[in-house]
Design a protein around this ligand. Structure first.
Ligand code: S3P
Length: 175
């Protein structure tokens, strides 16, 4: 089956998807489509507000629509997916059909340090973020593995290095 033209980034919160997507988009002369931003624009509310007001199930429903819209984007884009989007099998199928899916990976300790003070993440509030990320990593690893065509380890990479590595994978990948 032929893959679509998009570059799709997945990974846990703190993996750097949004920032790395922007850097990749600069390098490739593309725009970024961010599924969290699509959900927020659809409801005129932040992800945290949607979780608090409507619940996670409603967020996931909206996220499914956002993944579908992002993957259907007519211009080749860099698509940054919210960390939990890979849990849905239909989302994974759409991502893999839409283009090359790259998993940005790092250990929970590194992810926790990166998310500290960076936005409101409902799944990381009210507890130890390292523990929460460890649990999510364990639960989600099979889904990231199933979604991704390639993995880029961002543990020792800043956003620019990670973007260079992702673009190298993207440009080197067989169509
Ligand atoms: C989530 C990740 C968040 C956002 C929501 C749920 C998750 O996106 O979609 O808070 O389930 O991992 P980022 O990964 O962009 O922070």
């Amino acid at each position: 089956m032929t893959r679509g033209p998009h570059l799709v980034l997945v990974g846990l919160m703190g993996a750097g998807k949004t920032t790395v997507a922007r850097r990749c988009a600069d390098r490739l002369g593309r725009s970024v489509v961010d599924t969290d931003e699509l959900v927020e624009a659809a409801l005129g509310a932040s992800v945290a507000e949607i979780f608090a007001r409507d619940g996670e199930a409603t967020f996931r429903e909206l996220e499914r629509r956002a993944v579908e819209d992002a993957c259907a984007s007519p211009e080749p884009a860099v698509v940054a997916c919210g960390g939990g989007a890979v849990l849905d099998g239909e989302n994974r199928r759409r991502m893999r059909e839409a283009g090359l899916v790259v998993w940005l990976d790092a250990p929970p300790e590194v992810l926790a340090a990166r998310v500290e003070g960076a936005g409101d993440r409902p799944l990381l509030t009210g507890g130890d973020p390292v523990e929460a990320l460890r649990r999510l990593a364990e639960l989600r690893e099979p889904a990231y593995r199933a979604a991704a065509h390639a993995v880029v380890d961002t543990t020792e990479r800043d956003a620019d290095d990670a973007a260079d590595a992702v673009v190298a994978v993207f440009e080197g990948a067989p169509a």
